[in-house]
Design a protein around this ligand. Sequence first.
Ligand SMILES: [Mn+2]
Length: 377
Amino acid sequence: MDTYLKNSRHILNDQKELKNLVIVMGNESCDLDSAVSSLVYAFFLHWTYANSSEVNRHFSDTIFVPILNVDKEDLPIKTEVMYFLNKNSISIDNIICRDQVDVELLLSKYHGQLILVDHHILSTRDANLFAYVKNIFDHRPKDVIAWKYDVDIVESNIVEVGSCASVICSEIVKNKANIEFLNQNRDSTYLLYGTIVLDTVNFLVSADKARPLDFEMAELLEKILSIENCDRHKKQLFEDLLRARTDYSNLNVHHLLKRDLKIMNKISIPGLPMLVEEYLQMKDSMNALETFSTDNNCSAIVLMGLKVQDDVVNRDMAVCGTKETIKAIVDGFCKSTSPNLGLAEKKSHSGKCRYFWQSNTKASRKQIIPLLKALDL
Ligand SMILES: [Mn+2]
C-alpha cells in the first residue's frame, strides 16, 4: 500500500504522462471508515488495473488516487486514523489531503471520475465536484431528498451495515479471484478488519451496529489473515483503536480547539479533553484562541473543560471574546436555573477570557447550547 501511495502521489505531482484520473474520496469527518475505505478501494482499483491482461496499458497514464477529505494540518486530530495507518506502516507523507490539490481542476483536466465512499451527498465545500461522481459506496440510509444523481450515470452501492469498510470488502470479493488482492496486501486487509471492528463496537449486541454483512466480511478477513483466537484478537484491537481515538497527547493547542467542536451562530464551543485551566497553561494557547477566533469569524468562544480522575468528573469553563459578548454570555449562564451550572469565577490569566469552575458536573455542552440559543446574541 505504501509503495502504491508513493507512486501515485509522484505521478499526480509530475502529471507528465497522466491521461486519466480516478479519485476515491470519503466524507469530511475523515474518520477511520472514510479514510480506510478510500485508501483501500483506490489501491484495489489500481491493483485490478495493473493486473489486467485485457489491454497492454501504460501504468502511468491512469491513476487511482485516494484523497482524505480533511486539511493536511488537521489530519493529526484524527488520532485513530494516524495510529492505525502508522501501525500498518503507511507513511503519512504519502497521503494526499483535500487541501493539497485542486480536486476540481484535476478532475476536469484528466477525464476525471470521482468515487464517493462512506457518504453520498456532497458537502458544500465539495458541491462543485457533483458532475464527476461516477460511483458511490455507502452504508448510511439513502438521502432521497438530497439525491440528485442520474441513475443511468452514477452507480450506487448503498447497503445499511455497520461499516462502509464491509461494503468495500464485499465489493472486492464479489469476484472470487480478487481475494488474491487481500492475500497479497495484508496491510489493506488488516485496515478493513480493524475498521469493521471499531465501527461495530466490536460486534457488541447492545450497540446494535453490526449487520450480517459485517460479520461475514470480518470472518472472511480473519481467515485470510490467519488470525487465531479471534475473540481475544478483536477485543485487543478494539481497545487499541478506542484508546487511540481519545489519545490527545500528540495534539497541539490549535488541534485541541478543533478536535471536538460545535459552532452555533458565531459562537464556538470547543470541548477539551482536559481542564480549561490546564489548556490555558499550555504554551501559545492564548495565541491559538486568537487565531481560531479570526479563522472561524467567532463573536465568542465558550471553552468547556472536562477531566475524569479516579471516577470523579471535573468541569471548568472559560468565555472569551469582546467585553460585551462575554458579559451577555456569563450573565445568561449565571442566571440559568435549569440547569443551574454552579459557576464560580476564578482569576483569569487574560483580559480576553473569564474563567469559571463548574460545580454542576452533569451540565455538558448539550445543556449549554440551548442557554446560548436563548440569549439570541
Ligand atoms: Mn462510516
